[in-house]
Design a protein around this ligand. Sequence first.
Ligand SMILES: Cc1ncc(COP(=O)(O)O)c(C=O)c1O
Length: 318
Amino acid sequence: MSRIHYTKPSITELEVAYATDAARNGWGDKCYEYITRFEQAFKAHLGVKYAIATSSCTGALHMGLAALGVGPGDEVIMADTNWIATAAPIVYLGAKPVFVDILPDSWCINPELAEAAITPHTKAIIAVHLYGNLCDMDRSLAIGEKHGIPVIEDAAEAIGSQYLGKRAGSMGKFGTFSLHGTKTLTTGEGGMFVTNDADLYELVLTLSNHGRARGQAKQFWPDVVGFKYKMSNIQAAIGCAQMERIEELINRKREILRYYREHLESFPGLTMNPELVGTVNGAWMPTVVFDVETGITRESLQAAFAAENIDARVFFHP
Ligand SMILES: Cc1ncc(COP(=O)(O)O)c(C=O)c1O
């Protein structure tokens, strides 16, 4: 029996054709063509003003946080149940991640606990849309507004997710996406930084170009120490093809989640990815939480799946 993978990219002849074209022709003065096209398509899909393709979501977060001036002595509030990639850039910058609990119904940050964790050192709140589930953005943004603290959306796992008609990643001070090979839309490795803030965009653009500002006429003249988190044209070519198929990719993810829901939700004691009123879940990863009473543990389930040649992954550890 062939293995059932927990996630696999959908690569068609379109991705192969674009990547081949980029490999054959996308050099010299054409070396940014697919990157620019990919950023345009991503912006249009999300309904945001600015997008910068990056080598990873981690890199996009690192640059965004740096552009907000996060540094030693600062605190950034985030949910405690998460992949480490959201916390790591905070630590790279010498700041401190402050962890608060998640909500049982969304599996995402509890805004009230985030507010309670605010101190004079708080520089930002990161709302992570875990597994494509949506954070309570209205409440989070209201708290950010009240305290003058930017709310960032880590939408690494949330392409296709919507909150009250707005796409995940488009509502905060900035949003970040992962295009890693396990994601719904992939470029192998890759990420995206998005924002509606013109000044922040310019800052991150400069940082992403080794600190060289767009208006700087002097060649090889960095104004600040920046980063090197760029996406290559070949990766962006794959991204362009994926963008043309984005609705198909998201619909398929939602179809898979629906299938599991239909077959599992009648069993007592288990909860699947929530889709709260007013939200659309991009359904990146069908995930099940078992009540203690069921007696089903991570270990027993993983062993049962392994015996059937099916991939399984544990819920992110708090
Ligand atoms: C919530 C979250 N944030 C950030 C990242 C980092 O993404 P990348 O691997 O593209 O750096 C991931 C990766 O899976 C993630 O799940």
